[in-house]
Design a protein around this ligand. Structure first.
Ligand code: SAM
Length: 316
């Protein structure tokens, strides 16, 4: 029989990892925490929490493993913080899973969760139609998850990670080292494209701040642990995007592709540029508001990208 340790009877440690997951899931559910940082339900979050604290990978024989009392204490401590502080779990664990990789994760940058992962892992098909891509830009890179995942998944690729925030770039540098891609991945401090004059890429991945003021005001407490400059982008969420789009073509090869994430702000983007032919990607793993925009479209419809072009000129 299990020794009692110092636990009160109602706090007896679960016997197995599966029991710990069930206990955590129940408490997360009852506490009404918000999800959206890599999971979308209490069970998946509990799995991440238990495995993350114990440093284990999921697998067929994991659930039935016996759980030591000290391990439950460590799990319970993180669970208490997750609930009490409403802190995103990856910040508490110091690590996030993204595109099949593990990234160092802390409040210097947003928790990785972009649906662009699906396109990176799928080789940008069917959206990229050029020769095998050689240069890729991850603009607004945060902790570097998109560009580093791109480099890991395509060994021939050279990648530039660019962000305005030096703290985010410092985290990105740690992730570059962690994944051993320093020979192919460089870092650049840049305000939009300003620090990238004269540079062209086959593919640009861009997950900029795009949350509009209404969504921002309604975000759960968990999101307030993230850097504000990574989320909010003015009344309609387009403050940065409307600066980037008119100049993006200058940084793409003729066959190039911009994959731009704007999430809930996609209707605002359509409304802002009513004559631009946006193509919205259907995402198999969930998410929305990712536009696939070719260099040719950016050039052919440059007039439609002038600020409020439609309203002002009435033509492309
Ligand atoms: C939504 S986060 C994306 C982070 C990362 N790419 C990801 O997918 O998790 C947006 C990032 O844009 C950066 N950013 C905000 N304004 C910027 C600007 N004017 N120029 C470049 N980067 C900017 C923020 O520092 C933040 O790291």
């Amino acid at each position: 029989m299990r020794p009692m340790n110092d636990h009160a009877p109602w706090q007896l440690p679960p016997d197995t990892l599966a029991g710990a997951v069930a206990r955590c899931a129940t408490r997360l559910d009852e506490a009404g925490v918000a999800f959206g940082h890599g999971t979308d339900n209490p069970w998946d979050e509990a799995v991440q929490l238990v495995l993350g604290v114990l440093g284990l990978e999921d697998g067929p024989d994991v659930a039935g493993r016996p759980l030591a009392a000290a391990d439950w204490d460590a799990i319970a401590a993180v669970l208490d913080r997750r609930i009490g502080e409403r802190c995103p779990l990856p910040y508490l664990l110091g690590e996030a899973h993204f595109a099949g990789l593990r990234f160092r994760c802390d409040p210097r940058a947003l928790v990785p969760r972009s649906p662009l992962a699906e396109l990176i892992e799928g080789g940008y098909r069917p959206w990229y139609a050029g020769p095998p891509p050689r240069r890729l830009l991850d603009l607004c890179c945060g902790g570097g998850c998109l560009g580093i995942a791109a480099a890991v998944h395509a060994p021939g690729l050279t990648v530039v990670l660019a962000d305005l925030d030096s703290d985010a770039l410092a985290l990105a540098a740690e992730n570059v080292a962690r994944h051993g891609v320093a020979r192919r991945v460089s870092l650049r401090r840049s305000d939009g494209f300003d620090g990238l004059a004269g540079e062209r890429f086959d593919i640009i991945l861009c997950n900029p701040p795009y949350v509009d003021s209404e969504d921002l005001a309604g975000m759960p407490a968990e999101f307030r642990h993230e850097p504000a400059a990574g989320l909010g982008a003015g009344d309609d969420g387009l403050d940065l995007v409307q600066r980037l789009l008119p100049t993006a073509a200058q940084h793409l090869e003729d066959h190039g592709l911009l994959l731009l994430e704007v999430g809930n702000s996609w209707p605002a983007l359509e409304a802002r540029y009513p004559r631009f032919p946006f193509t919205w990607v259907e995402l198999e793993r969930g998410g929305h508001g990712v536009a696939a925009i070719t260099a040719r479209e950016l050039r052919d419809h440059a007039g439609a990208l002038a600020y409020n072009a439609g309203a002002v000129t009435g033509q492309d």
